[in-house]
Write a protein that binds this ligand. Sequence first.
Ligand code: ATP
Length: 319
Amino acid sequence: MRALAIEASELTKDYGNGRGCRAVTIQVKEGEAFGFLGPNGAGKSTFVKMLVGLIRPSSGSASLFGEPIGSIGAKRLIGYLPELYRYQEWLTGEEVVRLHARLCGVQPAEAKRQIPLLLEEVGLGARGRDRVKHYSKGMQQRLGLACALVNDPKIVFLDEPSSALDPLGRSDVRRILQRLKAQGKTLFLNSHLLEDVEVICDRVALLNNGHVLHTGSVSDVLQEKTRWHFRVGGFTPLLLQWLRDATQLPVSRVELPVPEGSDTVWLAAELEDEEQAGWLNALMIEQGLTLYEVAKAKTRLEEWFVSAVSGLSHRGERP
Ligand SMILES: Nc1ncnc2c1ncn2[C@@H]1O[C@H](COP(=O)(O)OP(=O)(O)OP(=O)(O)O)[C@@H](O)[C@H]1O
C-alpha cells in the first residue's frame, strides 16, 4: 500500500501560553491539493512549520510519504514557501534560487538548466539578474515560489502564497499551482484567499483555536445551500411573513446597501439551487413585490467559512 503524502496524528504544539495547535489529525493523499483554512491565529502556520521540520511538536506524530517529519528523508521531499519570507538582499534573484538549489543538493548542471525556466514561470524572467534589494514585496514572493520549486519537490507547502501579490500575480500563482497539480504534486495550501482555494483545492480542513473543526471535500462544502439576495420594492413585513409561511424557507430581511434615494430592501434566503430561487422570485412577483436585483453570494467557500467560525470565539488579531 502506498504511504499517504501527509499523515498527522494528534499533532500538537503548545507554545507554553496555551496557543499553537492541538491534536490535529489529518490525512492527505498523494496528488491531492489540500487547503488549510482558519481565522488569524488559528494555528495554520504552526502546523505547517511542524510538518516541514522547522519546529518540534509537543506531542503526536506525523509523516510525509511514510518519512517521519523532521527527518532528512522527509525534508528531501518538501518545497516550502513560508508566510514570512526574506531573502539575501545583496544577492540577485538568480543567485538566491541557485543557493536554494545547492542547499537541496540539486546537481549544478540541472540547476543551470532549471533556474531560468523557473524564474520565467514565476514572472521574474527579466529580473533574475537584479539584486533582491531592488525587488518589490510581490517580486520577493514570486522568488520564494521559485525557491520552493527548485528541488522538484513531491509535496509543496505554501503559506499564504499570494499575500503580497496584485491580481495579475495571484492569477499567475493560481496557474502555477494548477500546473503542479496536473503534474501529480501534492499541494498543501494555507490561504485566506478562499476563491483561490475553491479553484485549486480538492479538500479543506477548517482550524479554529488550534483544533480542526471540519474536514471535507470542496465539492461537498460547495453543494451545501447557497445564500441568495433579492432587492425588492413594495416590501411590507406582512409580505415577508407570507413568503416564509408559503415557502417554509427562512427568508429574512438583511441590511445591505441600496441605491441612494431608493426605498427598496434586500431579502436573503439559503436556497438549494437555481430552481428554488426561480420559484421564490415568481412568488415574490405574484405577491406584488418588484424585483430589482438578484445576487448569489459570490464566494461560496467564504460563506461557508464565515458561517462556520462566526459565533465561535477565536484568537484572531481583531479584538
Ligand atoms: N513562537 C511562538 N510563541 C508563542 N506563541 C506563538 C508563537 N508562534 C505563534 N504563536 C501563537 O500561536 C497561535 C497560532 O499562530 P499561527 O501563526 O500558527 O496562526 P495562523 O493560523 O497561521 O495565523 P495567520 O492566519 O494570522 O497567519 C497564535 O495565537 C500565535 O500568537
